[in-house]
Write a protein of this length. Sequence first.
Length: 268
Amino acid sequence: MAQISVHKHAEASRDSLVGMLNSVTEWLRQRMRSGLDASARRKIQSPYLLRKRELPNVFTAQDWQQALEYWDFKCAVCERPRGLWHTLAQDHWIPLTSPDCPGTDPTNILPLCHGTNGCNNSKGKQMPDIWLEKKLGKRRATQKLTQIDEYFDWVRALKAPRLGCPQCGGPAEYRDEWHMWYCSPCNVAWDQQDARGYENCPKCQCWMIGSDGVYLCPRCNLEWDRTNLPTWEKCPGCYVGRLKWVYQLGEQCGCWRCTCCRAEWLFE
């Protein structure tokens, strides 16, 4: 009888322990589920995240590096470098709450200090002109706005299309695997030897194909005579060599270079 009693007591203890473990497991599951649901609700209910998702997001790591280099790795407003109590944040210059915000775009992102007394913190959702005038005063705010506008103009020039398809003027993509330039809308490709026979539009640098000495730019629809093109002009410096367009990364995306003295020129 004693053995049966002990056995029943052990089974009851085991059943109690299993029941307790099951209860704890169910409690943990409910907590995790409620936590996930709350997190999902917070994300869904966040106007900031919703607004950010619906606007363009084309800002890259390379864009951020260019912005940092332009502003000398300092805050674009107060010119503080990174420090112990603050860093540099990617600020939406036109805030996401504004209907005029272009999104997370290189023409709308500035490096601002974030942390103790940070510009990014104090600016928040305010419009930049109003915030700057509060922070710097009217005269200094006007000067700073001019500097920032110049930076965004530089970014637009950097992003503007330069070399283009000689047929449609659209973007020309260089395919490394083909060693050729390619235009997807026209579905045509050309190599470096073909490109040497083209001319560059002096206004937008798009490639042009000539006919009877006349070149029509497919992008800006301007007509050029061969004798008026820089490639048929002598260098203004040495008067010996001729000018040839050289494509480069940078603000102007290239320059005219003399084939003789190697001097570089830009024409407005």
